[in-house]
Write a protein of this length. Structure first.
Length: 256
């Protein structure tokens, strides 16, 4: 699972400050100079996605890791573009090309923020012509409502629904999901895994295997850890040699 790179909404929140962003600016489409409704990637976000592309190229060539067989993405622009930049140009098997499926329920938690309002299906098709849409994908956003915030339980319910749908209808071993920090946490909760904040432009490799060691942050190892059972593997795109394991209900995963 991969989180999108930095979007203009992220940059705007940093610029205005979180209180002003949440109380005022986030409910506007932009400030007259920058638009953050269905936010696009900043140049920083583009470079983050390209760094992950380099990371994957290294894993495929030198690490001999199996690339994804199928690809899914949130319908929000920042994820669509992150997925495109991350996987385009890689040495992928002919039988498993990069042809992502846009799934409505992989979107971020729906809030009053206009960055959570997706563009029309026609606009997505125009900007990402190689992408496919799940059956029943509506032309206009059917879920975003002005000044409405989706309760966490509702998000977790539709996250479980989309995961169940993928696992029921896709028998691939390796699956890629491009989404958002809040939605990735919700997806992990639905799989009874320890949820944590995903850094922009990074990816989580999720598995279900026993693991006896874990790291409690992205770069700091805890030598003795009683972790057993499910784990989440984090490979840092800025350093291919780092792999972090955050175990279920044992290690507090880090934000840094």
């Amino acid at each position: 699972m991969g989180r999108h790179g930095e979007g203009y909404h992220n940059a705007a929140e940093s610029y205005f400050g979180t209180p002003a962003w949440n109380c005022y600016w986030s409910e506007l489409d932009g400030n007259g100079t920058v638009t953050w409704a269905d936010a696009k990637l900043t140049e920083v976000g583009v470079q983050q996605a390209l760094r992950v592309n380099k990371f994957w190229a290294n894993l495929i060539k030198d690490g001999k890791i199996s690339p994804p067989e199928t690809y899914y993405t949130s319908p929000l622009y920042r994820c669509l573009d992150t997925a495109r930049l991350t996987f385009t140009g890689l040495d992928l098997p002919r039988k498993s090309p990069f042809v992502p499926v846009v799934k409505e329920f992989l979107r971020e938690g729906i809030s009053a923020h206009t960055c959570d309002r997706r563009s029309s299906k026609s606009s997505i098709r125009q900007n990402f012509p190689g992408f496919k849409f799940e059956k029943g994908f509506a032309e206009e956003d059917p879920y975003w409502t002005e000044l409405y915030a989706e309760p966490r339980d509702n998000q977790d319910a539709r996250s479980k629904a989309v995961v169940d749908d993928i696992f029921t209808n896709d028998d691939s071993t390796h699956i890629s999901i491009s989404s958002h920090s809040g939605e990735i946490a919700s997806l992990l909760r639905g799989k009874s895994l320890h949820s944590f904040y995903a850094l922009r432009g990074n990816r989580l490799m999720v598995s279900h295997s026993p693991r006896s060691s874990c790291l409690q942050s992205q770069h700091r190892c805890r030598d003795s850890c009683p972790c057993q059972g499910d784990y989440v593997e984090w490979r840092c795109a800025s350093d291919y040699d780092v792999a972090v394991y955050a175990a279920k209900d044992v290690c507090g995963a880090a934000d840094n």
